[in-house]
Design a protein around this ligand. Structure first.
Ligand code: HEC
Ligand code: HEC
Ligand code: HEC
Ligand code: HEC
Ligand code: HEC
Ligand code: HEC
Ligand code: HEC
Ligand code: HEC
Length: 618
């Protein structure tokens, strides 16, 4: 995912030279002639098509992965949203998505009250959501249709809505952002070739994230293994240099292996302008197996004072807080490598991404491809094995260590050590920095700790008491609210938008409902239906409608403020009408056993809401 940081650095990049690989363009006839990025392989690359014949198993599982369909040319197969002529209003303007035969179009406002009809040429995403790009008509520059299709919900939403970002009313088609930003991580060997605002000649090796992104360029490898005479001839035009074999990430050290993924799943910048310019023309110089830290600068709290980070921070003073919690833990999706770098198991052990994930489904795994493709987990690592594979001594003392019964979600290692404290893609995501739950992370850095993110009805004081009792962690000083009001409610009412988004999601999380009960939740989720942040309202609605008596609750999160207010009141009324036992609360959730909300405290906390702008750079 991506969030506009205001262009900055890249806009200073100047025109590069043309290059073309020996295999030439592999674009289909259909896409030529359109003003859009095209597939041209650089030297040494051969494309996934040329791996299939010898590696059919790996090819097939990759084909089923969302990596392959990350970026696609728009077609009736790739476009998932209905382009059926529906119209939407957004900030007083009308937008429409429609189809002409097999082609997809957007109708949107142009300059001086005019209308534009633009052809959708490319799509981003195929798992959670899909974004549509139209050709600007100007070089290969793309622009974004400002509505996004949610694949799970089967719903169109305004593009800005899926970010936790200041509720400003700016709608932008982000001209060129695909060409200079998304291209970094959403294709195989992309080359922006930015030469000025209306002169962008972007090329990619492949639109999908394909074999050579993780294994390196394959030409020499194929030559080595191919005994087809004519194929050898065709390929051998190029280097006579020593043949470079392909990389198998499993055979690399844990660091080099994680870097293969970190080239896209991380927060980085260029070491210097020269590297940035070189990237603009030739794409990244990093190849799998190389030391990633040589060619790029990965930003961490501990190195933010260094020049490359400072350059970014100068351009955007809020850079650090948009991606990290104040203690340096990543808080946005798709940046797991940064989390891993801070983990003891990586620093002092041999943890790497493929300790838990696998990029090709194992032969013995009977899960359907679709199930595997969701998160690409190794089957056995969906359990405590993810940790026990190394922390073997814990296997015989799980219950002793966790103080929860064996089958409790409170006994699962990842629920305490990799909690859902990261935000992105309209959901909470597991932190990939392995850490211990503490109360201090909540009081000092504002991050929901694992215990209170599951025990939503409990105070920080309650957690501190058990952490002391069970793990001998000294109790910190706590305020009277922290001693008497459930931590989740302090975040939900008084917290900032990032905290509110995580709690809105957590109230729909099954383990949390099991730990905390759900009878008391509706008035709180109802309150979030009038939150100033779009994403918070949407997440709250999704959690609310999975509660009994709200299944058919009607709510439009982008309706007018008056309508939202009335939806909130309806929700509270539905809850009020429940029988006493179905709305019973406890002191810490500010609801009496008779089901009456303690309005005075509720309203006070709400007045104290932290309305400082939050923009998360997922
Ligand atoms: C630094 C690398 C990086 C950049 C730059 C980047 N993304 Fe992503 N993006 C990712 C990763 C990694 C994921 C996967 C996150 C996950 O699944 O949790 C992702 C996921 C997504 C998804 C979800 C796809 C799906 O199938 O649900 C969308 C949509 C998306 N990105 C859009 C964009 C757009 C638009 C841009 C450019 C404006 C962009 N991203 C820039 C790395 C990046
Ligand atoms: C002409 C057949 C052929 C083609 C085409 C081919 N390979 Fe291979 N590849 C092989 C053989 C044979 C091996 C096994 C070598 C071995 O087991 O030592 C291999 C091994 C590998 C390995 C494992 C290397 C290791 O060290 O474990 C990877 C990764 C790989 N190939 C990727 C690719 C990719 C990516 C492509 C396309 C760019 C490709 N191969 C195309 C024949 C081929
Ligand atoms: C996003 C990264 C990624 C992509 C894309 C990818 N692979 Fe792999 N591949 C890996 C990793 C990581 C491994 C190591 C084992 C594992 O995790 O499954 C691997 C292992 C392999 C192996 C060795 C298998 C073995 O048992 O030793 C071959 C061969 C291979 N891949 C071929 C391909 C081909 C062909 C494609 C494209 C069709 C491809 N890979 C796409 C990451 C990737
Ligand atoms: C060239 C960039 C790139 C590389 C290299 C890469 N990824 Fe990704 N990865 C992405 C993007 C972009 C997405 C979002 C795809 C989507 O979900 O549509 C993604 C999605 C994922 C997902 C979520 C899949 C889902 O949709 O549920 C996992 C897990 C993942 N990657 C792990 C890895 C691992 C492990 C490696 C290294 C072996 C790796 N990736 C290498 C860019 C990359
Ligand atoms: C690839 C092996 C490996 C995996 C997998 C792994 N760890 Fe670790 N972990 C280590 C090593 C090695 C250390 C460092 C131990 C030391 O320094 O004594 C460590 C350290 C830790 C520490 C810090 C210990 C301390 O005293 O500072 C915690 C907590 C931890 N691991 C938890 C986990 C959890 C939870 C998981 C699963 C989500 C996990 N680890 C997965 C190897 C691993
Ligand atoms: C100790 C095990 C472990 C390691 C190591 C690990 N992951 Fe994960 N990863 C998980 C688990 C567990 C999930 C979430 C599955 C779930 O939702 O229950 C996950 C989910 C993801 C997702 C999908 C997030 C989403 O919900 O959209 C991405 C992307 C991802 N991991 C990338 C990586 C990358 C890249 C690395 C290496 C830098 C890595 N992971 C290392 C365990 C691990
Ligand atoms: C993923 C959810 C989850 C996490 C994380 C979690 N728990 Fe629990 N916990 C539960 C559930 C569910 C129960 C109810 C009994 C059961 O199913 O084991 C429970 C029961 C308890 C109980 C006994 C019942 C009660 O309400 O008094 C205590 C005490 C407790 N947890 C403390 C903690 C502490 C402290 C932490 C953090 C170190 C923690 N839990 C983390 C889910 C969780
Ligand atoms: C209920 C929450 C909870 C669960 C579940 C949990 N842990 Fe922990 N774990 C903690 C806490 C709290 C600490 C910190 C204790 C301290 O500060 O001394 C800790 C510390 C650790 C440590 C480092 C200290 C040590 O004792 O060596 C490791 C390693 C670890 N856990 C591994 C695991 C593994 C493996 C699992 C799954 C089998 C697991 N944990 C499940 C709460 C949990």
């Amino acid at each position: 995912m991506y969030f506009s940081l205001g262009g900055g650095l890249l806009l200073v990049i100047i025109l590069s030279f043309y290059e073309a690989g020996i295999f030439g363009a592999v674009q289909s006839g259909e896409e030529t002639g359109k003003n859009m990025p095209v597939e041209v392989l650089p030297k040494g690359f051969v494309s996934s098509k040329n791996c299939k014949s010898c590696h059919i198993e790996e090819y097939n599982s990759w084909r089923e992965s969302y990596h392959r369909t990350m970026t696609q040319v728009a077609s009736p197969v790739s476009v998932k949203g209905p382009f059926n002529g529906d119209k939407w209003n957004l900030h007083g303007e009308t937008y429409r998505a429609f189809q002409k035969g097999k082609r997809f179009w957007a109708d949107l406002p142009g300059p001086n009250q005019s209308r534009l009809e633009k052809e959708i040429v490319m799509v981003t995403g195929s798992h959670h959501q899909q974004i549509y790009w139209f050709a600007s008509g100007n070089s290969r520059k793309l622009e974004q249709f400002p509505f996004v299709y949610l694949l799970g919900e089967e719903q169109w939403i305004p593009q800005k809505t899926h970010f936790v970002m200041e509720p400003t009313k700016v709608v932008s088609t982000e001209p060129g952002s695909w060409n200079i930003s998304c291209i970094k991580c959403h294709v195989t060997i992309g080359r922006p070739r930015y030469g000025g605002r209306d002169n962008i000649d972007s090329l990619v090796g492949e639109f999908g994230i394909a074999c050579e992104a993780c294994h390196g360029p394959g030409e020499d490898h194929i030559r080595q293994y191919s005994n087809l005479q004519n194929q050898t001839k065709k390929i051998s035009k190029v280097s006579s240099k020593k043949q470079k074999s392909l990389i198998n990430p499993r055979k690399l050290t844990h660091r080099r292996s994680a870097q293969v993924c970190g080239q896209c799943h991380g927060i980085f910048t260029f070491n210097n302008t020269k590297d940035g310019l070189e990237w603009n023309s030739k794409g990244f110089s990093y190849r799998p197996g190389d030391d990633l830290h040589k060619s790029r600068f990965y930003i961490r709290k501990s190195n933010q004072h260094k020049v490359p980070a400072q350059n970014l921070i100068k351009a955007n003073p809020k850079f650090m807080e948009q991606s990290f919690w104040p203690d340096g833990m990543v808080r946005v999706s798709g940046r797991e490598f940064n989390g891993m770098m801070e983990s003891p198991c990586y620093q002092r052990g041999e943890l790497t991404c493929i300790s838990c994930h696998e990029l090709h489904k194992s032969a013995g795994d009977s899960r359907p491809y679709k199930e595997w493709a969701n998160d690409l987990m190794k089957k056995e690592m969906l359990t405590d094995q993810a940790c026990l594979q190394c922390h073997k001594s814990f296997a015989s003392k799980v219950v002793n260590h966790t103080h929860h019964s064996e089958n409790s979600p409170g006994s699962q290692c990842t629920n305490c050590h990799m909690p859902y404290s990261t935000y992105g893609l309209l959901k909470a995501i597991r932190s990939h920095q392995i850490s211990n739950p503490t109360v201090a992370e909540s009081t000092d850095f504002g991050r929901p700790n694992a215990c209170n993110q599951c025990h939503l009805d409990k105070t920080l004081d309650w957690t501190a008491t058990y952490l002391e009792k069970w793990y001998q962690v000294p109790k910190p000083q706590l305020s009277s609210d922290e001693k008497s009001v459930a931590a989740s409610l302090l975040w939900l009412l008084r917290g900032d938008a990032g905290q509110r988004a995580l709690i809105a999601w957590s109230m729909g999380w099954e383990p949390a409902r099991r730990a905390s009960g759900k009878e008391w939740m509706p008035p709180y989720l109802a309150q979030l239906l009038v939150d100033p942040y779009d994403a918070v309202r949407l997440l709250a609605y999704w959690s609310l409608r999975t509660l009994p008596s709200f299944r058919n609750f009607d709510y439009d999160f982008v309706a007018s403020e008056v309508q939202r207010l009335s939806a909130r009141n309806n929700a509270i009324q539905i809850w009020n009408q429940r029988s006493q036992k179905d709305k019973m609360g406890s002191d810490s959730v500010l609801i009496t056993r008779q089901g009456i909300i303690k309005e005075t405290i509720f309203q006070r906390l709400l007045r104290e809401r932290d309305d400082r702008p939050v923009n998360l750079a997922e």
